[in-house]
Design a protein around this ligand. Structure first.
Ligand SMILES: *[C@@H]1O[C@H](CO)[C@@H](O)[C@H](O)[C@H]1NC(C)=O
Ligand SMILES: *[C@@H]1O[C@H](CO)[C@@H](O)[C@H](O)[C@H]1NC(C)=O
Length: 912
């Protein structure tokens, strides 16, 4: 069969690019075509202001489509933290329309008070705290104001479209298609030949419920750029789609994806951030159906927008316009009003949830390959890491570890003794990560298939049969994770007594969860398949992978009775996936362009709540040359998730298989990563508690610096490190933009000081990783090399104090047991360090306590210009002691040796 051919081709790592013909364009998608054809400035939708009623937290009213008199409900809610939400649904739909909020919001958003403060025949003003919304009747439009400034407007361009559910037109004898039989309407939903059925290549989509698209436009007033809506292999700042397809959000397994285009990839987060010099705002379009997003940027086009000139008269104000178009579902929108970037990030996580602190090992280095062949191979690989003194925290096994791609089983010939294999890893402080894919082999000797089939646990076809598709195991079916009983069943598969050969030190990788179906349209499931609750796959496609991750997470949590933090990796994702799993950017290639794109791809995910992001180091397809490989390790070492992975047909690429020099450069990069783990872990703690992304665009900290708006080659790791990895072959210098005219930056290796506010040329060698510590920051490192991250938990710290122009600095450090949830009960240390130019002070930021043996080994002060100094250390355990210091005049670095204080006590170090 042809799809076996596709699968076979997929195995050959051919150097060709993606076959675009396998994926739809907007023109080939009937709803996208219809929505995109809506003309600006002629919106038929009218908000019936005389129906508007208010209660303490919301207003509701009817909206009418004046062309066909169909009525809709409109609700607007004020939420806490400067956020509004509005929903539009049919007043009386023929069948309920799917609302994804029921599946992805772990709690109802917290409501705030609002008041109707003005009512006129043309508009109503609703006020909530410092914000207001002006609701216009005809045409329907919503203007969102933050502290008196208009920042977001919905339907300003009049591109709203809400296709009400309708009865299928009767087909007359001898007529083909539904188009001619339709009522005498001019609406595209009645005339489009793709409205009631649609073909793509050899695939037929029976659209039983007909046209049901929803679309709406948003203008970000004052915004220079828009960011977000991952996942695309494109620049961080979204491009105008005037001459291309819109950005597409439809979770797909795209074989050998191409760079710099708006094509869909594995995951979808329909969250957009508009950013300008003076203001940042966000819009979450909470819809799980296939979605396309047009972007227009007035800065580039030099077009004066009607809305801006109408409202503020500021004709030169920049603006970004977005147009969301989804195939089904309802309009459910959150508008986050900022005003600063960090406000928007926090407001988003208030709705979508925050990322729970990961286990310490999981921010270490991961060694993966398709495949480590057998248990001897695994033993040799981690043995070699020891032989070469390279830290590694986990060895990963891809699909070949199973008995014929039956997940939760082992190939008994290659892995006769998995328990012993795991034990050998954990004896060295390491973990095993196993792949568990969602396709279930249809094999009557497979317990999972038998259970699923007999319990009716599989996703159904439109005719009510078990859906069958082709994937790695051959003929496969797919568990329906929308059924709570299926999730419960699936979660219990991870129990240690159910999953032979696993322990609490075995973690899980959910791949292929778009879902990938080799034999399906666009390599995924048919849209007319049916899930629990009667939802078509069309309605829920983009949240499918999320549901699987949610069940896996529950399973991993339950297997330790809720004690240990689960670690998961996913390929597909949706709004909220970050609550359960880490993510990587899928099947990339060993090319310089793919190394470069890791930065904008992970930044897009980060600002959309998903910080725990990385890319396959070295590239999944093809073989990296030593230079690319080293540069990729150096870049990956400063990204939140750090894993190498490679295709089965590539050459083996464990570091020691390269020449001595290459291997030592890789070792150096990995060790550098480990030295920063305390800082990175602190960032993850602060991600959970404050919603601040781990990887940040420069404009998050320097919002008015326009040169940062289009940057794809550098970013901030937390607030204190600026990272500009070398991503060009043969580079001898890199141009680094250091923001902040008042800000000092210190190269972390040479301690050389730079003043921000411009671009500097930094010479580089093969061992250079251009990273700069921000003046005014203090961060913690651990500099002893060990086999794995958890073996360093009792090791002492080095504090690097980088002073600002006032000779002061501050920072934080978070420590706990690295694996359990005890930290939430106060078993942790969260410390604040303040340096005032003379004295460095450590204090607890909360009441947390940890019986910790860690101590302070070293304080390094960067930018210390007053020459040699003596250091007086004071604490309960050491009393008052003077300790040795050294001073390096050339780099203006003062090092205080062995203050010796415990991290669990309050202390000071005074310099004189
Ligand atoms: C575990 O380690 C021991 C000692 O090195 C070795 O003999 C044994 O083969 C290992 N077991 C597995 C399954 O790798
Ligand atoms: C230095 O201190 C002054 C006065 O407190 C303050 O206004 C300024 O922002 C500080 N500069 C830096 C770089 O922190």
């Amino acid at each position: 069969m042809w799809w076996q051919l596709v699968a076979a081709t997929a195995l050959l790592s051919a150097a060709r690019a993606v076959d675009r013909n396998n994926f739809k364009t907007c023109q080939q998608s009937s709803f996208c075509r219809r929505c995109r054809a809506v003309q600006e400035g002629r919106s038929p939708y009218k908000l019936l202001l005389d129906t508007l009623q208010a209660d303490a937290n919301s207003v509701h009213a009817h909206v009418v489509n004046t062309e066909n008199s169909v009525l809709f409900t409109f609700q607007l809610y004020a939420l806490t933290d400067d956020t509004f939400r509005f929903k539009i649904n049919e007043l009386s739909p023929l069948r309920p329309r799917y609302t994804v909020s029921q599946h992805v919001l772990d709690r109802e958003p917290r409501l705030a008070r609002l008041e109707v403060t003005e009512r006129t025949p043309d508009y109503v003003v609703v006020t909530a705290g410092p914000n207001k919304v002006q609701l216009f009747g005809a045409p329907f439009r919503l203007d969102f104001y933050s502290h008196g400034t208009l920042v977001v407007s919905a339907n300003a361009r009049g591109l709203m479209r809400f296709e009400h559910l309708r009865s299928k037109p009767q087909q007359k004898e001898g007529e083909e298609g539904a188009a001619d039989a339709a009522a005498p309407s001019q609406d595209a939903a009645d005339t489009d030949p793709g409205a009631w059925e649609e073909n793509f290549k050899s695939f037929h989509d029976t659209k039983e419920f007909g046209p049901e698209a929803v679309a709406l436009d948003f203008s970000f007033v004052g915004a220079h750029r828009a960011y977000g809506i991952p996942e695309h292999a494109d620049s961080f700042a979204l491009k105008s789609t005037k001459n291309t397809d819109p950005y597409r959000l439809y979770n797909l397994d795209v074989f050998e994806y191409e760079l710099h285009n708006p094509m869909a990839l594995y995951g979808s987060i329909p969250f957009l951030v508009g950013h300008g010099e003076g203001h940042t705002a966000g819009v979450l379009w909470l819809n799980a159906a296939e979605t396309w997003v047009d972007i227009a940027n007035t800065v580039d086009q030099n077009v004066v927008s009607s809305i801006v000139s109408f409202v503020s008269g500021a004709a030169s104000s920049p603006q970004v316009d977005a147009h969301f178009m989804s195939e089904s579902g309802i309009v459910d929108v959150f508008v986050m009003l900022g005003p600063a970037p960090h406000d928007v990030f926090r407001q988003y996580t208030a709705v979508a949830g925050t990322t729970p602190l990961p286990q310490y090992f999981s921010i270490g280095y991961h060694q993966c390959r398709w495949n480590y062949n057998d248990q001897d191979d695994v033993r040799q690989v981690h043995g070699k890491f020891d032989e070469h003194d390279i830290p590694v925290d986990a060895i990963w096994l891809d699909i070949e570890h199973t008995d014929n791609k039956k997940y939760f089983t082992w190939d008994k010939v290659k892995f006769p003794d998995p328990t012993d294999m795991v034990h050998n890893l954990t004896a060295k402080g390491r973990k095993l990560v196993l792949i568990v894919d969602p396709h279930i082999k249809r094999d009557s000797n497979y317990f999972l298939h038998n259970d699923a089939e007999s319990n009716g646990f599989y996703v159904k076809t439109k005719d009510g049969k078990d859906f069958e598709g082709w994937c790695w195991p051959g003929s496969s079916s797919y568990l329906d994770m929308f059924n709570p009983a299926v999730r419960q069943y699936y979660a219990s598969r991870y129990r240690l007594d159910n999953f032979h050969g696993t322990t609490n030190d075995v973690h899980i990788w959910n791949d292929m969860n778009e879902p990938s179906v080799f034999s399906g349209p666009e390599v995924t499931m048919n849209k007319d398949c049916v899930h629990h609750g009667g939802w078509e796959h069309r309605d829920v496609h983009n949240v499918n992978g999320f549901m699987l991750n949610m069940a896996s997470y529950e399973g991993l949590l339950e297997r330790s009775n809720g004690k240990l933090r689960p670690f998961l990796l996913t390929r597909a994702f949706f709004v909220g996936s970050h609550r359960y799993t880490s993510v990587w950017t899928g099947d990339n290639m060993a090319e310089w362009g793919h190394l470069k794109i890791t930065i904008p791809m992970c930044l897009s995910l980060s600002i959309a709540g998903f910080s725990f992001c990385g890319a396959d180091v070295g590239g999944f397809f093809k073989n990296p040359d030593p230079e690319l490989f080293v540069r990729w390790y150096q870049a990956g070492a400063f990204q939140p998730f750090f894993r190498t992975h490679s295709h089965i047909d590539t050459k083996r690429r464990e570091p020691w298989l390269f020449d001595e020099n290459t291997m030592s450069l890789i070792r150096e990069a990995i060790r550098k990563r480990y030295s920063y783990l305390p800082y990175l872990y602190t960032l993850f703690y602060e991600l959970e508690t404050s919603g601040r992304p781990v990887m940040l665009p420069l404009w998050a900290e320097f919002p008015a610096e326009t040169p940062t708006f289009d940057m794809d080659d550098q970013y901030l790791l937390g607030r204190s490190l600026l990272v500009h990895p070398v991503t060009d072959a043969g580079a001898s210098t890199v141009s680094v933009y250091l923001p902040g005219a008042d800000t000092l930056w210190y190269a972390v290796d040479s301690h050389q000081k730079y003043v921000g506010g411009g671009t500097v040329q930094i010479p580089v060698t093969m061992s250079s990783v251009p990273v700069f510590q921000r003046g005014g920051s203090i961060l913690a490192k651990r500099e002893r090399v060990r086999r794995a991250a958890i073996l360093t938990l009792d090791d002492p710290f080095t504090l690097v104090v980088a002073v600002d122009r006032n000779n002061s600095a501050s920072g934080t450090l978070y420590i706990d047991d690295g694996e359990s949830f005890e930290y939430r009960k106060g078993k942790h240390l969260y410390l604040s360090f303040v340096f005032d130019g003379k004295k460095l002070t450590s204090r607890s930021l909360d009441a947390g306590q940890l019986p910790s043996r860690t101590w302070l080994e070293r304080v390094v002060v960067l930018g210390w210009s007053s020459g040699a100094a003596s250091a007086l250390v004071e604490s309960r355990s050491v009393g008052r002691v003077t300790v040795e210091t050294t001073y390096d005049q050339a780099s203006q670095t003062l090092t205080v040796r062995k203050p010796g204080v415990s991290m669990a006590e309050e202390w000071t170090v005074s310099l004189q």
